[in-house]
Design a protein around this ligand. Structure first.
Ligand code: PGA
Length: 243
């Protein structure tokens, strides 16, 4: 199965979001071998779900609380996310790690909250430009993975997204060979540490319709996590066609 995830971040107001979803629905369909998943803000998701004629779009949340429920002002629980109708939760995006100071320990707890609710988790990893330049990408990413996961996790509900921080929103990507190699190393680490041989690894960071075919043709890439280019329906649909 291949996946294309649209991470809208804090963009698209309710009506704008609805327009984009309507345009996407007209052009592309989920298939047995590939599907697209949209991650609007949760408020937009509710609005869109209440206003589209056919409820056949798969939605996810961009984050979830590390707590089950209680006095945690501003947070939204995995249970609520599930009730809204989301099937997926993105955890560990670099913006959450850096801007909101989310640690590996917090992310692990968030992932467990989501998995308890039978939500599927898209777990993000990725190195900084300095780490990349120093050739430290792979050990850093493997550390992120081994800190977040343990053998008790139901990996059937986990997808990994490799997003080099320096490629997010910058219009630069690693070389194709570098992307494939890092994905390969992640798969290898999953085998060594958790005995997992099948786990989708998506690439994210400046994926556009003019580079997506090359990226998706790489042996170890199972789809993409798309930010900027997912905000324009025609562009997102073009990318889906290359998957
Ligand atoms: P980008 O963002 O596609 O705009 O680079 C990717 C992401 O942050 O998930």
């Amino acid at each position: 199965m291949k996946f294309l995830i649209a991470n809208w971040k804090m963009n698209k107001n309710f009506d704008d979001g609805l327009k984009v979803i309507k345009a996407i629905r007209k052009k592309i369909k989920n298939k047995s071998n590939k599907k697209y998943i949209i991650l609007p803000s949760l408020q937009s998701t509710l609005y869109i779900k209440n206003n589209i004629v056919k409820n056949d779009v798969i939605f996810g949340s961009q984050d979830c609380s590390q707590f089950k429920n209680g006095a945690f002002t501003g947070d939204i629980s995995a249970e609520m996310i599930k009730k809204i109708g989301c099937k997926y939760v993105l955890i560990g995006h670099s913006e959450r790690r850096t801007i909101f100071n989310e640690t590996d320990e917090v992310l692990k707890t968030k992932m467990n909250r989501a998995l308890e609710q039978k939500l599927k988790v898209i777990f993000c990893v990725g190195e900084s430009l300095t780490q990349f330049k120093q050739g430290k990408s792979i050990p850093f990413i493997i550390k992120q993975i081994t800190k977040a996961f343990d053998k008790s996790i139901n990996f059937k509900n986990v997808i990994i997204a490799y997003e080099p921080i320096w490629a997010i929103g910058t219009n630069v990507t690693p070389k194709m060979q570098e992307i494939d190699n890092i994905h390969y190393k992640i798969k290898e680490a999953m085998k060594v540490h958790f005995n997992i041989t099948k786990i989708p690894i998506l690439y994210g960071g400046s994926v556009k319709s003019d580079n997506s075919a090359d990226i998706f043709s790489l042996k170890n890439v199972d789809g993409g996590l798309i930010g900027g280019a997912s905000l324009i329906a025609s562009e997102f649909c073009k990318i889906y066609d290359t998957l």
